[in-house]
Design a protein around this ligand. Sequence first.
Ligand SMILES: N[C@@H](CCC(=O)N[C@@H](CS)C(=O)NCC(=O)O)C(=O)O
Length: 231
Amino acid sequence: MIDLYHWPTPNGHKITIFLEEAGIDYRIHSVDIGKGEQFRPDFLAVSPNNRIPAIVDHAPADGGKPVSLFESGAILLYLAEKSGLFLPKDLRGRTEVLQWLFWQVGGLGPMAGQNGHFNIYAPEKIPYAMDRYTRETARLYGVMNTRLADREYLAGEYSIADMASYPWIVPHERHKQKIGDFPHLKRWFETIAARPAVTKVYAAVEPSYSKPLTDEERRVLFGQGSAPSPA
Ligand SMILES: N[C@@H](CCC(=O)N[C@@H](CS)C(=O)NCC(=O)O)C(=O)O
């Protein structure tokens, strides 16, 4: 059994997609990040970065005490190794998947995140920042589109690299991208959207970003400084 600390955001969806695809039993612990539940000591003990997702695996492969883990990329890698699924075992296949997984967690996620921040959430409209992150998101979409021109998935078979990237393409309109401008990415996006596990994840809960933030949620999310709590 996996305890999943979750909120319905792109990084949260990566893990529910994996668990549904792999058919692994899990229990969701909702962490309402707009209400500040990410600062609760019991959650910080699992995720000291006060971010979802995080997991606790009560039946780790070494038979030892439970393993707790934060960072979506590390969680996907852990679960893939645990289950033997969605990550090739051969050197080259594995390296290729990890390369695209790291590309997502170090590039697509943070850049699209800043895109959303400056285009949607920022109280002041700062044209330089909006333009910078809209262009950078477009560049990353272009990289994916080129990569997908001659293959079905980002790296070999459907893998944790695709599961990490898909939830960050779902909000393409919010991120001011026209998916039709990226035909290979669009084909990939539609293929993954039609997978039963993915449909189930998105049918179960509306993404948290579907609703505008309240002033209090803004304070909690964007007022954080060096202490693990909002200002
Ligand atoms: N690098 C982290 C990013 C996780 C992240 O940013 N999570 C957001 C939701 S998508 C969060 O928990 N935010 C809470 C906060 O900002 O306090 C990962 O890939 O897991």
